[in-house]
Design a protein around this ligand. Structure first.
Ligand code: GLC
Length: 745
């Protein structure tokens, strides 16, 4: 519809940066309109007046759905897609063409201040739910913006810090969710992150934005910057950054024009970028949107309530204290019950259409007496001792206590990271005082990032409520009284201590660098590799019913995927949902691997006594590792352990599957280690022969001591250099005579 050839150089350059804080530029002369973008990810934050990217200024009312930390705990792509569709409907009705979300960054450290806005510590969960959200949003003719690409896993110094990540970890952990979403859901846009990756800003990173995102993954949409992320706009054009946000007031447009005039940038490079901006505008203005779609706010509030209830994780429930009897006398304690915290601070902050407070919802659901005591203030402004005594008195006379604890908004937000994982001391003192007078205490948590739970063994029940969106208060009551049987599962490990977390010591880095020193061993991968005790493991979540798993079988599909099937039975007395989790591992691998890695999952809703065969597809590509010698994915041959678990540490069944895979052949040379030489069917015997000829022992111990000694440097040991040269020549001749050509090292 719009042709770059009809635009002047200045007009083309003007399109590559925002027209305003939330809009793209227009070119009136050519009839190119501007379009509006807005945050996301869990509700539309459209500012009518003053604009800012930290939700300082007001935004228009919109449904505040559960933030990602909650939705990620649902493990339910279908639910996420429905939430996405509702978000798309609201965005469309408000004239928003691109909703800035979902965020699929991995929760590398529990300290990250923005973990509430991300889905999981694992790329399979993040990818599956991220793709579902994108499908839902875009089903309404509104674009999504997959963010923050990539390795943006902290808030500290986020606009300058370099995430220093080794290639294999980058591919298998930090890029994987983005790859899954791009390939499975084709987001209209991707948002490049603030940070540098191994020293190069994401917004100027050609390897990231063009070679990987477009050429390898086939992304055909637009790449925009994060707000204020661009430092070298000309470098960004070369790298494949299409749209700088927000508007630069023409400053960087002029730089692009000058670079072209100076021959430092090709006009074809600008045309490619401008073309993608025009494509987005065309997509947005031509989108098949329902005409003047109204927003059914009640229906969306109901969906927010359903999604919140499905995101709640029941961590502990001794003696079946939950669900509560409706006629039980309840003491509700904690200011969060009256003043709920339901979303995170910063750019994602929505102005909700309504808010359900847990206290009101509990009062509406209960038939017995419901007392309330705040127990503490959120700003520490009152006499803690008096509030605690008042709460203890209420607890002493109640049949059961529901104690709401959590992180005040001052403890976590976009823009800064946490320095510890503790709940405020006043709350810890309160829980000790309350459970001392009433052991029938249920703790309900409101927190965006994980908190440590020193009282975990001292209270009867713990409900992890995360941040649940505007309808979270009703959702909590639904779960407490059993209207909803909880089915949430942890998408992030809850450790006993911060020091146990795998990234501890390498977070948040220093002097503008953060080393991803734990490599692949992030989250449960790290806790498991160290065999660390944790409070509650990845994938954990209780139900009001129980499930059994039987008859595990694995079938190889024609395309190399594995179809993992297990019979799941609801062995309890109420309907419930099980999240069947499939983990794999490979022992004796040529690369370091975590003890197990999630490769797929599926939900099963079962009536009491019902049995169903549940199949989880494990994609062949997801079994591969990234081989840094050949810079590509390789499926290693071997015996893979396939496990079905109710959590990463509650493995119910397992079996082994042999996969042929591919052994990467590396051309041997004088730099090859003796172990590589010995492993080769041609060079190995020649090498042993040479060792014997030169009087070297060849027993296992001797060869182990020899280790990986490059055979071209064994003159004094005492394999003469000429002998090594001759050996490699004989090996190559034999190879050339018939063996397949090995990949060069
Ligand atoms: C913020 C966030 C990004 C958001 C953007 C616009 O700084 O990093 O997620 O979409 O700016 O508010």
């Amino acid at each position: 519809m719009y042709d770059t050839s009809e635009l002047t150089l200045e007009e083309k350059a003007s399109l590559t940066s925002g027209g305003g804080f939330w809009t793209t530029a227009s070119v009136g002369r050519a009839g190119v309109p501007s379009i509006t973008v807005a945050d996301g990810p869990h509700g539309v934050r459209l500012q009518a007046g003053e604009a800012d990217h930290l939700a300082i200024a007001e935004s228009l009312p919109a449904t505040c759905f559960p933030p990602a930390v909650a939705l990620g705990s649902s493990w339910d792509p279908d639910l996420a897609e429905r939430v996405g569709a509702a978000l798309g409907t609201e965005a469309s009705a408000m004239g928003v063409s691109v909703l800035l979300g979902p965020g699929v960054n991995i929760k590398r450290s529990p300290l990250c201040g923005r973990n509430f806005e991300y889905l999981a510590e694992d790329p399979v969960v993040s990818g599956a739910l991220g793709a579902a959200l994108v499908r839902g949003i875009q089903s309404k003719g509104v674009g999504a913006s997959l963010k923050h690409f990539a390795a943006n896993n902290q808030e500290t110094d986020r606009l300058r810090v370099s995430s220093d990540v080794d290639p294999r970890t980058l591919r298998e952990i930090y890029l994987r969710a983005f790859e899954r979403v791009v390939k499975d859901a084709a987001p209209w846009t991707v948002m490049a992150s603030y940070n540098r990756i191994n020293g190069v800003y994401a917004s100027e990173n050609r390897w990231l934005l063009t070679e990987v995102l477009r050429e390898e993954w086939g992304f055909d949409g637009l790449v925009m910057s994060d707000w204020g992320a661009v430092s070298d706009r000309v470098g960004g054009v070369r790298a494949g950054l299409d749209l700088e946000m927000p508007a630069s007031g023409g400053r960087t447009d002029a730089r692009i024009v000058q670079a072209i005039r100076d021959g430092l940038l090709g006009e074809d490079e600008l045309d490619a970028v401008t073309r993608r901006v025009l494509d987005l505008v065309e997509r947005a203005t031509a989108a098949d949107r329902p005409s003047a779609p109204g927003i059914d706010q009640e229906a969306h509030h109901a969906l927010a309530r359903e999604a919140a209830a499905r995101s709640i994780v029941l961590l502990k429930n001794d003696e079946g204290l939950l669900p509560l009897r409706r006629d039980a006398d309840v003491a509700v304690i904690g200011e969060f019950a009256r003043t709920p915290r339901f979303q995170g601070g910063g750019s994602s902050q929505v102005n909700p259409t309504k808010i359900d407070a847990p206290l009101d919802a509990i009062r509406a659901a209960a038939a017995g007496k419901v007392s309330f005591a705040p127990g503490f203030t959120l700003d520490g402004s009152a006499d803690d001792a008096r509030l605690r005594d008042e709460a203890v008195a209420a607890a002493a006379y109640a049949e059961v206590v529901v104690l709401f604890l959590g992180l005040p908004v001052t403890e976590e937000s976009e823009g800064f990271d946490r320095t510890h994982l503790n709940l405020p001391a006043v709350q810890l003192e309160l829980v000790d005082a309350v459970r001392a007078v009433n052991p029938r205490t249920v703790v309900v948590l409101s927190n965006g990032g994980v908190v440590v739970l020193p009282f975990a063994e001292d209270v009867a029940a713990i409900v992890e409520g995360w941040l649940l969106g505007q309808a979270g208060g009703s959702a909590v009551a639904d779960v407490l009284y059993g209207s909803v049987n909880p089915s949430g599962r942890l998408a992030e490990t809850i450790p006993w201590r911060l020091e146990d977390s795998p990234s501890f010591g390498n977070f948040p880095g220093e002097l503008q660098h953060v080393r991803y020193g734990e490599g692949m061993f992030v989250g449960y991968r790290g806790y498991d590799a160290r065999d660390s005790s944790v409070a509650y493991p990845f994938g954990h979540g209780l139900s009001y019913t129980t499930f059994s798993h039987d008859d595990l079988r694995v079938v190889a599909a024609g395309n190399g995927d594995l179809e993992v099937t297990v019979n799941v039975t609801n062995t309890g007395s109420v309907a419930g949902r099980e999240v069947v989790q499939v983990y794999t591992s490979l022992r004796h691998s040529i690369v370091q691997r975590p003890p197990r890695e999630l490769k797929g999952f599926a939900l099963a809703s079962l009536e009491p006594g019902e049995t169903r065969a549940v199949t989880v597809t494990v994609r062949r590509r997801d079994l591969a590792y990234w081989d840094v010698r050949v810079d590509r994915w390789v499926l290693e041959p071997g015996t893979y352990r396939i496990e079905v678990g109710a959590s990463s540490r509650d493995i119910r069944l397992s079996t082994d599957v042999d996969l042929a895979g591919e052994r990467v052949e590396v051309e041997l040379s004088l730099e090859s280690g003796s172990d590589e030489i010995l492993a080769d069917p041609i060079a190995g015997p020649l090498f042993l022969e040479a060792l014997v000829e030169h009087g070297m022992a060849t027993d296992d111990q001797a060869l182990r001591v020899l280790g990986m000694f490059p055979i071209g440097r064994m003159d004094g040991f005492p394999l003469p250099h000429d002998t090594a040269v001759e050996l490699i020549a004989r090996y190559r001749a034999a190879k050339n005579a018939g063996a397949p050509t090995p990949t060069p090292a």
